[in-house]
Design a protein around this ligand. Sequence first.
Ligand SMILES: Nc1ncnc2c1ncn2[C@@H]1O[C@H](COP(=O)(O)OP(=O)(O)OP(=O)(O)O)[C@@H](O)[C@H]1O
Length: 233
Amino acid sequence: MDSDPIVEVRGLNHWFGTGEARKLALSNINMTLTRGGFTVLMGPSGSGKTTVLTLVGCLRAVQEGSVRLMGHELNGASAKELTALRQRLGFIFQAHNLHESLTALQNVIMGVQVRPGLPDDLARHAAARALGLVGLSDRLDYLPAKLSGGQKQRVAVARALVGNPALVLADEPTAALDKDSASDVVDLLKRLGARRGTTTLLVTHDNRILDRADRILTLEDGRLVSVKETAAE
Ligand SMILES: Nc1ncnc2c1ncn2[C@@H]1O[C@H](COP(=O)(O)OP(=O)(O)OP(=O)(O)O)[C@@H](O)[C@H]1O
């Protein structure tokens, strides 16, 4: 297994607002994510967790400092380059963000169709397989409204993993779930990620997730105040 960093962040600063309202949201963030790790990013509300995730995920432009994603520098990258890189990532959000008018299978197919040139039958096959991995083989044709909160989030996990991304970014994926469903979703992410060598960066307030992390990063007021390794890599 090679140990090239999937993500390397150096001297990252980020501001919101302009003029007198300009506010520093991230200050001198440095972090490295190597292949295959399950990293949890913690911190109080407003500490900058989502800002880190959106910068690493090519969802907003890097203003100052360096973010290297799979060897590509994001600071100064064109919109086209950012879009191409974004398509190689898996995203999971707090609200599952499934299309309500599409079945579980169709929602997951959307996760592979961002890959140009993939034939429909292969996309369908990959999506059905991903839903099988999250234990939903018997729910392929269900609309989200007919699924429980935990099942919907498992569909979102399948959608994030179906394209075999090197990096999965998850923002509060368990916030809306009860204890058992939250535990299921995190175990799935961790187990499937480990099997595929996927790197996971998960933002959470949820202390229940901490014992699953290989590494816990803590942000306070836009600064990285602690990095705790919890398992040998
Ligand atoms: N679009 C925006 N415009 C202005 N300020 C913003 C914007 N997004 C975030 N901020 C500010 O930047 C800081 C960091 O926000 P961020 O959402 O990254 O924190 P967080 O740790 O993810 O918080 P939470 O746990 O509540 O989601 C906060 O002070 C927030 O108010």
